[in-house]
Design a protein around this ligand. Structure first.
Ligand SMILES: [Zn+2]
Length: 90
């Protein structure tokens, strides 16, 4: 069962959309699966991230995800979209 899934285009520090990320969290698993292409350095990787701080911050409508590039430490904050919140509470 999917608890949360999102795919986003990521912009680098110059505002160019060169990267992307997918976050997938299954209800039966403890960690989220991250697929990441860094918009800043081009690093491409997959890893598991603990579903909690510092990766997940806040809760409900204010929940944010902090993704850090494993190569260059470029940090990206992803906010939940309104439609994703609606879907979850429905
Ligand atoms: Zn990077």
């Amino acid at each position: 069962m999917i608890e949360y899934i999102t795919t986003r285009t990521l912009e680098n520090s110059k505002g160019e959309a060169k990267g992307k990320v997918r976050i997938l969290k299954l209800k039966e698993e403890e960690n989220a699966k991250i697929e990441f292409k860094c918009p800043e350095c081009g690093y491409d990787g997959k890893w598991d991230e603990k579903w909690g701080e510092p990766f997940v911050q806040g809760s409900g409508i204010n929940q944010k995800f902090i993704i850090k590039c494993k190569n260059c430490n470029f940090s990206i904050k992803i906010s939940k979209l309104k439609k994703e919140i609606k879907k979850k509470s429905a």
